[in-house]
Design a protein. Structure first.
Length: 292
């Protein structure tokens, strides 16, 4: 049997191509990692490396640049792509912690699963699953990315007029390193290409950044005779990886990197995560006034 050609991609975008002989004396995963070490892949780069028979990750398009804090206008909020901003019913009521969500898009996607060998689960790699892949039980094909948005209440305040309100509010933007690495690997791309991949898949400009804390000051006046219930809302982007019916994928089983022959081992494998959230840089500063 001819050699198996595998393309490799690390989380930081390092690529390589190796050939592995297919015979019953070869552990494909161990052999792949050994050959990648000879190509200069470090142990860190090998952790969760993506392996595929096809070439991986074309150069990503440039990420969309957005402001550190982008306050949305009333006109922008009228778009059906944004959920309604919750409003307090009276001066003694605070809005909920989150709004209802809206489904922005559902797009077809092929996913990569995580598999490992004798060295244990912490030393595995990612590989594509498709109609030619052997999985037991069968991994759900015709899978999808479901993209939703909702508002997160980052803080609500009651202000009795007349007074000037000024408050520095710290919020978290971006996605954790662990989540960005897992999400990128499940989509078969390097971390730096995640924003471009999601923008292409959802037909929406999406920026995934490294998780950070951002502090901004929000100021306004509350007139005499008024009570203000003020809330700063942050837009949360949610990505669910689902089967054809829209159910989030939860899968664990056996995986073989190539179809037949029967002596090829089935590696233990799993689909690590099915739900990811990104704290965006889009906000609504919402003072709601009531009579005293």
């Amino acid at each position: 049997m001819k050699d198996l050609t595998l393309h490799a991609l690390s989380a930081d975008g390092k690529t390589g191509c190796i050939d592995i002989p297919l015979n019953n004396d070869v552990n494909i995963l161990s052999e792949a990692q050994s050959k990648l070490k000879l190509l200069g892949f470090t142990q860190t780069e090998l952790k969760g490396v993506i392996l595929s028979p096809t070439k991986l990750a074309p150069p990503p398009i440039a990420d969309i640049s957005i402001e550190k804090v982008q306050l949305l206008t009333t006109q922008e909020l009228q778009s059906s792509d944004f959920p309604p901003v919750p409003k307090p019913a009276n001066k003694d009521e605070f809005p909920p912690n989150t709004s209802t969500s809206v489904l922005v898009s559902t797009s077809d996607s092929d996913f990569f699963i995580y598999f490992w060998g004798d060295d244990g689960e912490g030393h595995g790699s990612y590989a594509p699953v498709n109609k030619d892949t052997i999985t037991d039980p069968q991994f759900p094909l015709q899978s999808k990315i479901q993209y939703k948005r909702y508002w997160l209440n980052t803080g609500s305040y009651k202000i009795i007029g007349k007074q000037s309100f000024s408050k520095s509010i710290a919020t978290t933007q971006g996605m954790s390193t662990t989540d960005t690495q897992t999400f990128s690997a499940e989509l078969g791309i390097a971390v730096k290409g995640l924003s471009a991949k999601l923008s292409e898949s959802t037909s929406t400009s999406i920026t995934i950044s490294e998780q950070k804390t951002v502090t901004e000051t929000y100021s306004f006046d509350v007139p005499d005779g008024k009570v203000c219930v003020y809330t700063l809302w942050q837009l949360i982007e949610e990505f669910a990886l689902t089967d054809q019916a829209g159910n989030e994928i939860t899968w664990r089983g056996g995986y073989s990197p190539v179809p037949g022959p029967q002596w090829l081992p089935k590696f233990p494998a799993k689909f690590p995560q099915n739900l990811f959230t990104n704290n965006s840089a889009r906000y609504v500063s919402d003072p709601v006034m009531f009579d005293k």
